[in-house]
Design a protein around this ligand. Structure first.
Ligand code: B16
Ligand code: MG
Length: 218
């Protein structure tokens, strides 16, 4: 029986990928790495340092920078990103999400956040959704990022629930893999091909309701 929901943030609650993409693309082009759609998709859900590594590898530059230089590059991207998200307001909440969270809260489901982003709490604050997420997994506490299940296991633990009692919601392939490996039920938001491994999938957030999830789970 499902008692809790563990949410990804970027791409599920709001679309920060726009801002992540802008900031990473700016850095990549400065470093002489050509941007492409596959790279853009691959950056979703993975940590800041893993994102930088993927960009450098895409450009064949993985051995060109020291650890200190890499940290400086990632910090430069983050400064630009943090600047961008200052403009976010509750209008940036994706369609149907507020209603879904209200419904979950009314029906007594427990809710936690499993975002790889260290800026998660800031984004929730901009969206005025902090109160809906009393439990947030600290991404700095993780030894491995998505697709490793650790973040979703912790998301369930924070709610004092077994993974089998939780539904995880994700927009990224790496995230769905993490939810499945954690033994939670996976709900994917987005493209059918990318999210083929999801237990339940919707094209966009507006279709994600308890009734639709129950129907899809059978
Ligand atoms: P930060 P999610 C992820 O968030 C993003 O999808 C990913 O693109 C980003 O690199 C990662 O957070 C880390 O973010 O640099 O802010 O710590 O999808 O897991 O909510
Ligand atoms: Mg995401």
């Amino acid at each position: 029986q499902i008692k809790g929901f563990v949410f990804d943030l970027d791409g599920v609650i709001t679309d920060t990928s726009l801002y992540h993409t802008k900031a990473w693309r700016q850095l990549a082009e400065k470093l002489g790495v050509t941007w492409n759609k596959e790279l853009e998709e691959g950056l979703k859900g993975i940590s800041r340092m893993d994102s930088l590594e993927l960009i450098l590898k895409t450009g064949g530059k993985e051995n060109d920078y020291s650890e200190d230089e890499k940290v400086a590059l990632a910090t430069e991207k983050n400064t630009n990103y943090v600047n961008e998200i200052k403009q976010m307001t509750p209008a940036n909440i994706l369609p149907g999400i507020k209603e879904f969270l209200d419904d979950l809260r009314d029906k007594g489901y427990l809710i936690s956040l499993a975002s790889a982003s260290k800026n998660g709490p800031t984004v929730l604050k901009q969206l005025q959704l902090t109160d809906y997420f009393p439990k947030v997994v600290d991404p700095a506490s993780l030894s491995k990022g998505k697709p490793d299940p650790e973040i979703y296991i912790k998301g369930a633990e924070l709610l004092n629930l077994a993974p089998e009692e939780c539904i995880g919601v994700e927009d990224a392939k790496a995230g769905i893999q993490a939810i499945n490996a954690a033994n939670e039920t996976s709900v994917g938001i987005g493209d059918a091909k990318t999210l083929a491994a999801a237990d339940v999938r919707f094209d966009d957030t507006s279709q994600m309701t308890l009734a639709n999830i129950e129907k899809a789970m059978g």
